[in-house]
Ligand binder design. Sequence first.
Ligand SMILES: [Zn+2]
Length: 330
Amino acid sequence: MFSWHETALLELAKQRARIAHALLVHGREGAGQIEFALALSRQLLCESPTEQGLACSRCAACNWFALGNHPDFRLIQPESLEPDAENEAQSARKEKKSTQIRIEQVRALQDFLAVGTHRAGYRVIVLHPAEAMNAPTQNALLKSLEEPPPATVFLLATSRPHRLLATVRSRCQRIAVPFPDRSQALRWLEGQGVPEADALLALSGGAPLVAARLAEADPLRRRLIAQLRDPRFDVVAATEHCLRVEPAEAVAWLQRWVYDLLSSRLCGKIRYHLEDSATIPRLAAALEPAAVAGVLRALAGARALSQHPLNARLFFEDLLFKYRALWGSP
Ligand SMILES: [Zn+2]
């Protein structure tokens, strides 16, 4: 359980006996919606909860939940998020896996809902991320939300509740997942053994889970930024770096770097790259703000390329040439 979830989970524990049958568990990206939904599932399923209503971690239900095989629990998520045993060589195949929750997955719930619960308590279904359901899939779910079987709780976890149908949203009680403050986030990151937690947290807009994810790809990001610090860098080599991660991730790295250059040039402020607070003003001094803003705009227009590797290569090369040209390098 994340420390910043604690108060909200305790509050829900008080409502254990009269919990709504559908909850929209929403919050800012990186607040940990799925972790919150799972912690709530666990405390609802626990068969000997603490006085406060939290999961005991010792009963049969808690053990099954920890092992991922509680008979009254289902986690519905896209195939691409399912853990699997495939090795590195096969992981290229991953791109082919669906990033959507398929309608069949929701229809298959009918069998699970048709029978009574295995234990005497609740039955819990987590859908994550809920916005990964298209409209027909949401409509298939809607039937169960409208006429829920007894003792059944649906948890729809999402950071984009506006992408859900109004009819689905209106069936759910909204639960806001709290976002950690800076000290909570830092303490958690340090507990995870993330080095330079401070700098990564700034890079992630304060979201510790995003920072932790970033930490894994961080050596790559650092090598790219190291190249960008020298206006005569090798564009082809830098493009190779960009192509080794999801295009959206590389675009985000570049956006934050160029943002800091522009922000430093315009108002002397650096938001993301605190460790470069000496280098950035020096680099930015020679820049024409309008031209930097143009590169930022080009980055923002990058969404369409995400699924096309060839486009991605051309895109990054073109963009890095533009970036280099900011200093007049050919
Ligand atoms: Zn328990």
